[in-house]
Design a protein around this ligand. Structure first.
Ligand SMILES: Cc1ncc(C[n+]2csc(CCOP(=O)(O)OP(=O)(O)O)c2C)c(N)n1
Length: 571
């Protein structure tokens, strides 16, 4: 039987196991929308295409599946670019389907035509313009394969309207063959052995883990290795949750806003085992001073990531789970050789000493902002309370800025896929739509977007998406009436020249929530934080909780940009 391009697309999505698509219609994709009701596919109508892509991204991060977004040509397509770049930076599996003008009009400046394939070439893992309906099934099959295999990432498929309308026989390819694409999944045995010998014989080994451990589902193996060999662990922002946040061996996040213990650990370790992390500049600080005493093992599925920023002694090109399994197998064979716990104990004692010396903390000043009547609440306290109330069992999404760093520092991520945050691109407006995606994947979980008053205004329109889909997402605004993170830099490095960061002209967030059909709360007193959050979290409804926090609170520790990790400003 012959099917239209629209039906072929939807048949393919079904076979790829897609159950939800986030999208926004338009002329170029109207035939696809015409076909959707015939399929048991949930379509979530967002209010802005950026929201669709971030929601697909949040769905993917929380569930481990490929997220899917569907938008029209021209402005629909360009509105996805930030979300695509965001997913690309953080290696998130996603397929974005864009409509395109009919093939005969391509290149003619037709209505709502943009070269989205050209625009997204640098920020997609791969992208396609499908010119012939006979190619469609193969392209969709390849797109999903590319998105989820190797180093995951976003793939864009641009579908001209005439291709969507054309008919052909539907044949779903049994397998995918792509000549020049063969990611290395299994590690080289010799390199594995070299690595294990190196970190077992080290005096001061340290795991530095990133998002690759989470996306490869390598957390269990990592925990086995750390605990059985008594090796401390630090994580990037993307790696939080890969190792339990409340484990005594965990040092917290490293880097610009990393803990004292983690940064001192990096500075003093003699072997660093970097797994699924890419030595981002927010992590390394001054490169010449990064891990000056360490030999470095680097596990990454993407060979181009290795030696990009730092010297590496033992490269292991591999899926992180496979490499960790290999490490475990070799270490198991050597478990009786020595009491590894004892061997590494003096080092563990030292790093734990750093944790005690400078724990993550904040100053409580009862006098602060007395005159204004608000701003007595410490933002860190709010994050701690969210942890306490959720018992660490929530999915936390964040916006970008100070709210993101406090969410990273003061909530303990004990399980993978419980923190959704824009790591590489740092996209304000990411967290709320991502939380919507996560809540769709896990309708019964508590999903909280920890937000700033600036960031939340970037995709606030998605509140109606949450409301009309019965998604009880909670938005906790750490409202400091500033673009806080930029204000912090202005305070510390630009002589308090607070240019364009004061946001005290802002909507009434409680009224705004209600206008959208959600619930709204405002908290101005520290003693109300716990009971009001408790009430909001129990309500089966989307909520905004506007918490008036200390206005000029800063995130500490802080390593100034370009400084070495030991040059931390502490509280
Ligand atoms: C789309 C976008 N624009 C600009 C920035 C630069 N930026 C980084 S943090 C920040 C301030 C964020 O303010 P807010 O959301 O209020 O959070 P806070 O830092 O106060 O917690 C800005 C403007 C960004 N990261 N993303």
């Amino acid at each position: 039987m012959e099917l239209t391009g629209a039906d072929i697309l939807l048949e393919c999505l079904k076979r790829e196991g897609v159950d939800v698509v986030f999208g926004f219609p338009g002329g170029a994709v109207i035939d696809i929308y015409d076909a959707i009701p015939r399929y048991s596919l949930r379509h979530v109508l967002v209010r802005h295409e950026q929201g669709a892509v971030h929601a697909a991204d949040g769905y993917a991060r929380a569930s481990g599946k490929v997220g899917v977004a569907l938008v029209t040509s021209g402005p629909g397509a360009t509105n996805t670019v930030t979300g695509i770049a965001n997913a690309y930076c953080d290696s998130i599996p996603m397929v974005v389907i864009t409509g395109q003008v009919p093939t005969p009009l391509i290149g003619n400046d037709a209505f709502q035509e943009v070269d989205i394939v050209g625009i997204t070439r640098p920020c997609t893992k791969h992208n396609y313009l499908v010119k012939d309906v006979d190619q469609l099934a193969t392209v969709i099959r390849q797109a999903f394969y590319l998105a989820r295999s190797g180093r995951p990432g976003p793939v864009l498929v641009d579908l001209p309207k005439d291709v969507v309308q054309a008919k052909t026989k539907f044949v779903y390819p049994k397998s995918v063959k792509m000549r020049s694409y063969n990611p290395t999944i299994k590690p080289n045995k010799l390199q594995l052995k070299k690595a294990v010998d190196m970190f077992l014989d080290a005096k001061r080994p340290l795991f530095y883990v990133g998002g690759g451990v989470i996306s490869s589902n390598g957390s269990e193996e990592l925990s086995w290795l750390a605990r059985n060999l008594n090796i401390p662990v630090t994580a990037t922002l993307m790696g939080l949750g890969a190792f339990p946040g409340d484990d005594p061996l965990f040092l917290g996040m490293l880097g610009m806003h990393g803990t004292y213990a983690a940064n001192m650990g990096i500075n003093n370790c003699d072997v660093m085992i970097a797994v699924g992390a890419r030595f981002d500049d927010r992590v390394t600080g001054k490169l010449d001073a990064f891990a000056p005493e360490a030999k470095i093992v680097h596990v990454d599925i993407d060979p181009t990531s290795i030696r990009k920023n730092v010297r590496v002694d033992v490269p292991v090109v591999s899926d992180c789970l496979e490499a960790l399994k290999g490490f475990k197998e070799l270490a198991q064979a050597r478990l009786d050789e020595k009491d590894w716990k004892k061997v590494h104990q003096p080092w563990v004692d030292q790093v734990q000493g750093w944790k005690v010396e400078h724990p993550l903390t904040y100053k409580i000043d009862p006098e602060c902002n007395k005159d204004s009547g608000d701003g007595k609440i410490k933002p860190q306290f709010v994050v701690e309370t969210i942890y306490e109330l959720s018992k660490g069992d929530a999915i936390i999404a964040t916006e970008v800025g100070q709210n993101q760093m406090w969410a990273a520092q003061f909530y303990h991520y004990n399980k993978p896929r419980t923190l959704l945050t824009s790591g590489g691109l740092g996209t304000m407006g990411y967290g709320f739509p991502a939380a919507i995606g996560a809540q769709l994947a896990f309708p019964d979980k508590l999903v909280v977007d920890i937000a700033g008053d600036g960031s939340i205004q970037m995709n606030i329109q998605e509140l109606i998406t949450a409301v009309c889909n019965d998604l009880p997402v909670k938005i906790v605004i750490l409202n400091n009436t500033y673009l806080g993170m930029v204000r912090q830099w202005q305070e510390l490095f630009y002589a308090r020249n607070y240019c364009a960061t004061c946001m005290d002209a802002q909507p009434d967030f409680v009224a705004l929530a209600k206008a959208y059909g959600a619930e709204g709360y405002r908290i101005t007193e520290p003693e109300d934080v716990k009971p009001v959050l408790q009430e909001a979290f129990a309500l089966p409804k989307a909520c905004i909780i506007d918490v008036r926090v200390t206005k000029e609170e800063n995130v500490y520790p802080m390593v100034p940009a370009g400084a070495s990790l030991t040059e931390m400003l502490l509280v």
